[in-house]
Design a protein around this ligand. Structure first.
Ligand SMILES: Cc1cc2nc3c(=O)[nH]c(=O)nc-3n(C[C@H](O)[C@H](O)[C@H](O)COP(=O)(O)OP(=O)(O)OC[C@H]3O[C@@H](n4cnc5c(N)ncnc54)[C@H](O)[C@@H]3O)c2cc1C
Length: 424
């Protein structure tokens, strides 16, 4: 599909046509910048509540991380609930912990309500290389149980064979409410749902300027939108449009490849069709596609640089897990950027009373972006209680400022990656 990364998803998307570019002056209740999960989720939430919505997308719906990710429905956040509660206090911790399954529920509700064809499969596995990681998973299960979430089940090494066939792991943790989807078809399906409710989406319409005042105006090269509210949902692809936001996150690139269709061989490697991510700091994540390819992701590059050698980087990881794939043809290899925060917890807030933002799911955003889209919608619709709790959380800047934050964070990742490799 033109305009998208050269991914398996773009090649197999349900919808291949593009939408019109913004021209002229339009008025709306809410203008949303960015047609990823966050922007489209917020737009759908608001359209369902009767608001008029215009979404401006620089490239195509799902062009960013949302249309090219691993497709893994990972519940919760990029930090565990006890860590979040310890950092932000019991009140915020209880609210955040209580919402940990909401994003996944929103996805499932929308897939059913709008009949979205995105190959939704239930079940996710966190795989452990060491007994120390198994202890971490057991702790994770217990923490989630203390928040009333009981979908997690420990699996020992023998039990693992029903889910993933490799010698790499000593055990794992199944999340029965995890799962996977074709992410581009999900975001495109949600976009179509938004349009069915009267929402307008313009593609190839990068926003070049925003007046964040009492009567916000959002400008593109050929038009402008005058809105009562603006939601900034550009995440790692926003660049320097709003420097205040650019300093809060770091774009990080991760890579995915797709094998050729493998027929029954794919099911022999992943018999229960769960998606898998391992417990390492720099983790591998993989799953079967609907047409029985293995989609294998991993690796990170700080600073948003695209990897020129995705195959060289990811194939050794894949073959370590699944040596039998040594002769498998690789049909697609692509990379994409997510937005990292120092705390790995997303940030929401207001740039002015009428301009809100949300970003920084830090690599686990398929579910959380859906939750945050709902919170943005609630805030605009006059029920800001949950949004306000998140917006009030303290913000921690990356150490090293603009010049040194990338090397310092990369150094941290290298250190934790080394610990993983040494098994300590
Ligand atoms: C390769 C990869 C694999 C991943 N795998 C997983 C996974 O398996 N599970 C998981 O939970 N998370 C995963 N993630 C993270 C997850 O995909 C993201 O957290 C999530 O999709 C972010 O959604 P978003 O809507 O906030 O941002 P994006 O999807 O990046 O959307 C932002 C949109 O804003 C647009 N935009 C930016 N600037 C402008 C502008 N000036 N004007 C108009 N539009 C603009 C961009 O073009 C883009 O389409 C992965 C990320 C990547 C990159």
């Amino acid at each position: 599909m033109s305009g998208h990364a050269p991914s398996y998803y773009a090649a197999t998307a349900n919808r291949q046509d593009s939408r019109q570019t913004l021209s002229g002056v339009l008025n709306t209740d809410v203008c949303i910048i960015g047609a990823g999960f966050t922007g489209i989720s917020a737009g759908l939430e608001l359209a369902e509540r009767g608001f008029s919505v215009i979404v401006l997308e620089a490239v195509r719906v799902g062009f960013g991380a949302s249309g090219r990710n691993g497709g893994q429905i990972v519940n919760g956040y990029s930090r565990d609930l006890d860590v979040i509660a310890a950092r932000y206090g019991a009140t915020a911790g209880q609210l955040i912990g209580g919402m940990a399954l909401e994003g996944g529920n929103i996805i499932r509700e929308r897939v059913a309500k709008y009949n979205i064809d995105c190959n939704l499969v239930n079940g996710g596995l966190f795989a452990a290389f060491t007994q120390k990681q198994m202890c971490g998973l057991a702790h994770h299960r217990d923490v989630w149980a203390s928040f009333g979430h009981h979908s997690l089940e420990m699996v020992d090494q023998a039990g693992l064979a029903a889910h993933v066939v490799t010698d790499e792991y000593v055990g794992g943790l199944i999340d029965h409410l995890g799962g996977h989807i074709h992410p581009l078809n999900l975001v495109q399906g949600e976009a179509a749902a938004l349009e069915s409710l009267g929402g307008q989406i313009f593609e190839n319409s990068p926003v070049i300027d925003i007046d964040t005042g009492t009567h916000p105006v959002v400008k593109t090269a050929h038009g402008e939108v005058r809105a009562k509210y603006v939601l900034v949902c550009g995440n790692a692809y926003l660049g320097n449009l709003l420097p205040e936001l650019a300093t809060k996150i770091m774009p990080v690139s991760t890579q995915v490849l797709a094998t050729e269709p493998l027929g029954d061989a794919a099911a022999r490697l992943l018999p229960s069709n769960v998606c898998v991510e391992d417990c390492n700091y720099v983790l591998d994540y993989y799953r079967r596609s609907a047409d029985n390819r293995i989609l294998y992701g991993g690796g990170i590059v700080y600073g948003g640089a695209d990897s020129a050698a995705i195959r060289a980087k990811i194939i050794p990881h894949m073959l370590k897990t699944f040596p039998s794939l040594k002769d498998a043809r690789i049909d697609f290899a692509w990379s994409g950027n997510f937005a990292l925060t120092l705390t790995r917890f997303p940030q929401v807030g207001k740039l002015s009373p009428k301009v809100y933002y949300s970003h920084g799911c830090s690599g686990h955003g398929v579910t959380t972006t859906h939750l945050l889209g709902r919170l943005l919608g609630e805030a605009v619709a006059g029920s800001p209680a949950r949004f306000d709790v998140l917006a009030a959380l303290p913000y921690y800047p990356f150490p090293g400022g603009k010049m040194f934050r990338v090397p310092l964070t990369a150094l941290g990742a290298w250190y934790y990656g080394l610990r993983d490799r040494l098994g300590v």
